[in-house]
Design a protein. Structure first.
Length: 705
């Protein structure tokens, strides 16, 4: 009886261990020990167990959960225990509310008897598996190496039961670089915005690797891919009964690009495009290079933009040709023993290649019958092959129907012109290679001699009479009467202005056509409305230039017959003598030769430009009607004439920029501009100094000395 009373009192006190007992101060803490010892008398498995280890010594005892009325009813104990946990841990939300009787209790994971610590996470994972037996089958296969449920799922907070960021961090702990393609875009699985820049929004692991999918279903991955790559996914949408999935071509675990090897991707394409696949397998592209450099289906049909999304058939063909040029510009392939050029470069410098590059890089619709020769016209599309020279003529005749087979000779192929290949073209290039530097160096030396002579005589550009008069006019100072003489007629001034305008337009519309690789050339062509419009303008202006030249020649010949003497611009013996005397003056200081209306430099400049105009007009006429001229000329001469046309234009521009600009702008005597050709008049003092013989002819009684 005494023992039972002691035990009952101990249990009673144990149930109130955390309370202050008013009739027995300090008894609570003491009797907790007694109660624990009494419980241990019957429950030896709890021997040595101390609630202090759980940090619960001040809050719970055996009687906290076990009813003081000695009731061990499981439901009573369970409810009492859960209520007691909530009294202290009220901030923890029950993550399984609403599950009912299947809901796990606190003690299913947190041990009360037997150990003073929380159970390992695998105990909790085992309890999760009771209900979630089929969750994450991929990880379930890993057994001991499998991650625990609590590594990703926050147990006590239902609102964050599946935090993707936490799951991602847990995945990365084992899968250090699973998807380098996304890793390179924006950090770990960073999404890319419309501008191509990484965003803060992440593509997390569970976006594709769901609990039900195991390692991830391709269809679910495609749905997630389309969030960012909507246009790319749409390329194959509805392409067949069963849509092509992203992972058929893209292996996210392989490389930064994320694409599978060439062979795997080509075979995936070939599974649907069987005829194309057979043609490709027999082509020169098949098996060329290695898995990285080899051209395959994805080389041209780029799924993230380009050909696959280009609606205009002709623009799609142009874009494909640009890919050919870019690839074969980087690799010296498909060249014969006769040369060593890069096919991309040689094609890009040809008339058709230049047209294609301008059209492809410009905007707007291109006519389906655009007269351009594409790579595929000769080499095929999917059945790419090498081509013999004898096969070129039929291709040319598709557009040049009236030219015959000679027009094919105008196509230089992919070999560099040389002594054994395209000899006329090589000779033209060789001629201008020596002519242009020789003339530029010679003209530069003459300009240098003249500047030294002017400085020696005291002339300075900032003291030029023309500049001083301009400054005085700007200051409003009155200009005194100055004697002038009529030097050019109205017709001559019109001819000069017409020649100047047409020359500038021909240069601006012509030279950019030869450099489609330069952005400035593309910009200029764009200002004129594209390559087609630019060429039309160039041809119209060229015809106007020819008309001006013919008018000038006819007028000069008629005037010469009327006056019964040679035109004044024809060089005579004295002009050659003046060359010698001029250089003597520069070297020894001897007097300058006395000249008439035009000196030798003006005459030679005139004839240089005139003869250059004849070359440009004649070659331009041939290029305007190539089919007509190939009736009598070999095709290779058309190519040589085209080369001459471009090099002569370059030569003319350089001479005008260097020599003519110095003569009419930067000469110290006439700076900032010689206006004689525009007004038709020259000051008498200048005429007397520069053209003494002309002055004496006009004023017989006065000498220029």
């Amino acid at each position: 009886m005494r023992t039972m009373t002691r035990g009952a009192l101990a249990i009673l006190l144990a149930g109130t261990a955390s309370m202050e007992i008013p009739w027995a101060p300090g008894l609570a803490a003491q009797e907790v020990e007694v109660a624990q010892g009494v419980c241990a008398d019957c429950h030896p498995s709890l021997e040595g167990y101390r609630l202090e280890a759980l940090n619960h010594a001040d809050s719970i005892s055996c009687g906290t959960c076990h009813h003081v009325g000695f009731s061990n009813d499981p439901d009573v104990v369970r409810l009492r225990r859960i209520d007691q946990c909530r009294d202290c841990h009220g901030d923890i939300t029950e993550s399984h509310s609403g599950v009912g009787d299947r809901a796990p209790e606190c003690t299913e994971c947190h041990s009360i008897h037997g150990t003073p610590e929380l159970t390992p996470t695998q105990v909790a994972s085992a309890r999760c598996g009771v209900c979630h037996s089929n969750a994450h089958p991929a990880h379930a296969l890993l057994d001991a190496d499998a991650p625990f449920c609590a590594d990703c799922h926050t147990v006590h907070d239902a609102a964050e039961a599946h935090p993707e960021s936490a799951a991602k961090e847990s995945c990365v702990s084992c899968h250090s670089t699973p998807h380098p393609g996304h890793d390179a875009q924006g950090g770990w699985f960073g999404r890319v915005g419309e501008d191509g820049a990484p965003t803060d929004e992440a593509v997390t692991c569970v976006a594709c690797h769901t609990a039900e999918a195991g390692f991830g279903l391709a269809a679910e991955a495609d749905a997630r891919c389309s969030d960012c790559h909507e246009e790319s996914v749409a390329v194959h949408a509805g392409h067949r009964d069963e849509d092509v999935t992203c992972t058929e071509c893209h292996d996210l675990t392989v490389s930064v690009v994320g694409r599978r090897g060439r062979a795997a991707m080509d075979q995936a394409c070939g599974s649907c495009h069987e005829e194309t696949w057979v043609a490709y397998r027999g082509s020169a592209h098949s098996g060329f290079g290695d898995a990285v450099t080899a051209p395959g289906c994805a080389t041209c049909h780029v799924f993230d933009g380009g050909l696959a999304r280009e609606q205009d058939p002709m623009r799609r063909r142009l874009a494909a040709t640009v890919l050919c040029v870019e690839c074969h510009e980087a690799q010296a392939t498909l060249v014969s023993d006769a040369g060593g050029s890069r096919p991309g470069s040689s094609y890009g410098k040809d008339f058709h290649g230049e047209t294609v590059l301008f059209l492809a890089k410009g905007g707007g619709r291109v006519p389906a019958d655009a007269d351009v020769l594409l790579c595929s016209d000769c080499h095929g599309v999917h059945d790419v092959r090498l081509m013999d020279r004898s096969e070129v003529a039929p291709v040319c005749e598709r557009c040049h129907e009236d030219s015959g087979t000679k027009i094919a000779g105008a196509w230089l192929g992919h070999d560099t012109p040389g002594p054994r290949n395209a000899i006329p073209v090589w000779l033209v290039r060789l001629f201008y290679t020596f002519l242009i530097p020789f003339m530029l160096v010679g003209l530069t030396l003459i300009i240098g001699f003249h500047l030294v002579d002017q400085r020696r005589s005291g002339a300075r550009m900032w003291q030029a009479p023309g500049l001083l008069r301009l400054l005085a006019r700007l200051r409003g100072e009155p200009e005194g009467e100055v004697g002038t003489v009529q030097r050019f007629s109205r017709t001559e001034r019109f001819e000069h202005i017409g020649s100047m305008v047409t020359f500038i337009l021909l240069v601006v519309t012509g030279l950019p056509q030869t450099r489609p690789d330069l952005s400035i050339a593309q910009g200029i062509i764009g200002l004129f409305g594209g390559i087609w419009t630019t060429r039309i303008i160039h041809r119209i202006v060229g015809v106007a230039f020819v008309v001006l030249m013919l008018t000038h020649v006819v007028r000069a010949v008629v005037r010469a017959f009327r006056r019964r003497r040679l035109p004044v611009m024809v060089p005579v013996r004295k002009d050659f003598e003046d060359i010698v005397h001029t250089f003597k003056h520069y070297l020894t200081g001897s007097p300058l030769p006395r000249v008439g209306k035009f000196d030798f430099s003006q005459k030679f400049e005139y004839w240089g430009l005139f003869l250059g105009g004849i070359v440009m007009s004649g070659s331009g006429l041939v290029l305007l009607f190539p089919e007509l001229f190939t009736q009598v000329l070999p095709g290779i001469l058309i190519a040589a004439i085209r080369t001459m046309h471009g090099l002569e234009a370059t030569f003319a521009v350089l001479v005008v920029v260097l020599w003519h600009s110095y003569g009419v702008i930067f000469r110290p005597e006439i700076f900032p501009l010689d206006t004689t050709i525009f007004t038709g008049k020259m000051r008498l003092d200048r005429l007397k100094h520069e053209h003494a013989l002309e002055y004496e002819r006009l004023f017989p009684g006065d000498t220029a000395d």
